[in-house]
Design a protein around this ligand. Structure first.
Ligand code: F3S
Length: 375
């Protein structure tokens, strides 16, 4: 990979910056990148102490570096204010805060959300280095920005250097669809993504018989990226780049989806990815149809931004017995593991909750989840 004189100097400093350059150069060489390109924004995952542990914490501290571009971070293992209510112990909370302080000292904005695009919306063609597969696929597909599916470490290295290797989805022709998916059922996009992700290779372009909302596109992408190695999709007549390429000849038709999860939920969770304002308002409107408080644990996860923008909605939800948490989620927090069966509307949570938290899962639409909370 070609390096400028300045980039070569960064490699030779022998400090944390050099380590970050080494990571980017190694990545660039693996993927045959010709050079590094500047990025506007990095988003780092692996922020929960649950995922990173003591070794990761020490490694981060030892780097002793500062971010040089706008840098946001993914959810942590707990709500920073209400961790006790989540059943998080003091030792975990202390270590989580230590970890967040390291990120803060490096210059990260403590956004603690997997929906950084609700805070800063990248524009078409903008180069990013984002980790968090659901955010990556949203940025590429819905916003037309350009990022590879970075790991937490490569996104961090890019945040320090302000650059990323130029390969993969940064290059227009690599964003072309390779398989047409005709959707002939009125399927939940989250579950469609969850199913299709594991069944196809390459980049899908979908044809729906209805217009999808932004939230539908978010759910579709999160599901796809959770079961497959997909980092971009297109939707005919909807996403910004669908018309820039030929429609592929390979085609599959989806006319029904079947799931066979079964358990009696002791907790219902929404917000994987973190809920948008529209989704939070939808929950509020649905809850108004039921009298009294919810009869099961019902946890909702969203970003501080959405929470603060809709504080009256949040107050109503809390009054109905729903807990609205920020900064964390059902998958990255250890809190979920004390439950047996988690009901969710998220394809991504269906994928990761059993694997990472050892719980059973039950799927329901957002409406089903609200209804179940009162049974
Ligand atoms: Fe976000 Fe956690 Fe799901 S980070 S996408 S809510 S697994």
């Amino acid at each position: 990979m070609f390096l400028t004189k300045e980039e070569e100097k960064l490699l030779e400093r022998g400090d944390g910056v050099s380590k970050c350059m080494e990571i980017l150069v190694a990545l660039g060489e693996i993927f045959d990148a010709e050079r590094l390109i500047p990025i506007k924004h990095a988003h780092i995952s692996g922020v929960s102490y649950q995922n990173i542990g003591d070794e990761g914490l020490e490694w981060l501290r030892s780097l002793n570096v500062k971010f040089t571009v706008k840098t946001t971070i993914n959810p942590a293992g707990m709500d920073l204010d209400r961790w006790k209510e989540m059943g998080i112990d003091e030792d975990f909370a202390r270590k989580q805060m230590k970890l967040l302080n390291i990120f803060k000292e490096m210059g990260a904005e403590l956004t603690l959300t997997c929906t950084p695009y609700y805070i800063y919306r990248p524009s078409i063609g903008e180069h990013l280095a984002w980790a968090e597969s659901s955010a990556v696929i949203y940025a590429n597909s819905v916003l037309g920005a350009r990022t590879n599916r970075e790991s937490g470490i490569s996104a961090l290295a890019s945040a320090v250097i302000g650059k990323t290797p130029y390969y993969g989805l940064h290059i227009k022709e690599n964003r072309a669809p390779s398989i047409l998916v005709k959707v002939e059922c009125d399927c939940d996009p989250s579950i469609l993504g969850y199913k299709i992700g594991s069944e196809i290779e390459g980049i899908p372009i979908f044809k729906f018989n209805r217009k999808l909302s932004d939230d539908d596109l978010k759910a579709l992408g999160a599901g796809l990226a959770s079961t497959g190695n997909v980092a971009i999709f297109h939707v005919i007549d909807q996403t910004p780049e669908w018309n820039d390429f030929e429609i592929p000849s390979e085609k599959i038709v989806v006319d029904k989806l079947e799931l066979n999860f079964d358990c009696d939920p002791d907790i219902i969770t929404l917000g994987c990815p973190h809920l948008s304002k529209e989704e939070l308002i939808k929950v509020y409107n649905l809850l108004k149809n039921f009298s009294g408080k919810v009869r099961r644990e019902f946890w909702i996860f969203t970003s501080r931004k959405v929470y603060e923008d809709l504080i009256e909605v949040v107050d109503y939800l809390e009054m109905k017995g729903v807990r609205v948490f920020r900064d964390t989620c059902m998958v990255v927090s250890p809190a979920t593991r004390r439950f047996e069966c988690v009901m969710t509307n998220s394809g991504k949570a269906l994928t990761y909750l059993p694997k990472l938290r050892g719980v059973k899962v039950l799927y329901g639409t957002l409406e089903d989840c609200v209804r179940k909370a009162f049974e």
